[in-house]
Write a protein that binds this ligand. Sequence first.
Ligand code: THU
Length: 146
Amino acid sequence: MAGTGEKMIDVQGSVYPLEKLINVARAAMNRAYAPYSNFPVGAALITKEGNVYNGCNVENVSYGLTCCAERVAIFKAVADGFKDFKALAVIANTEQPCSPCGACRQVMIEFAPHMEVYMVNKDGHYIKTTAGELLPAQFDKDLLQG
Ligand code: THU
């Protein structure tokens, strides 16, 4: 596990500090709506252009309607017209870095298999991976073409 240090994320014509992305994710985590699980999660997504979108988990009394933090951030970006993602940070108040669920992995890979994914713990320590590494042998769009 690494600390954020001075690590920078390369975006078009500029760089964005990883620590800042993690802070955006942490702030979103603190706005999570998670009264049923009491497990707040935050996400921050940065597009290739350098736009940042946050997300938090949003639960529902009908539990299955819950949407994870990662998907909230991704769907917000798509709704704004951005689909090329450079990196995503996901954080929870846990000792171990927060690892995205299977559904979120399939959504990430739809848009950005090469996207960097930073799985972050409560202290800001992280494990770096990619969307593709998180979901080998995914259900592939090409299969639909027959
Ligand atoms: N959750 C996320 O938001 N992201 C993840 O990667 C894992 C799980 C949420 C869903 C639910 O609101 C709570 O965490 C407990 O599962």
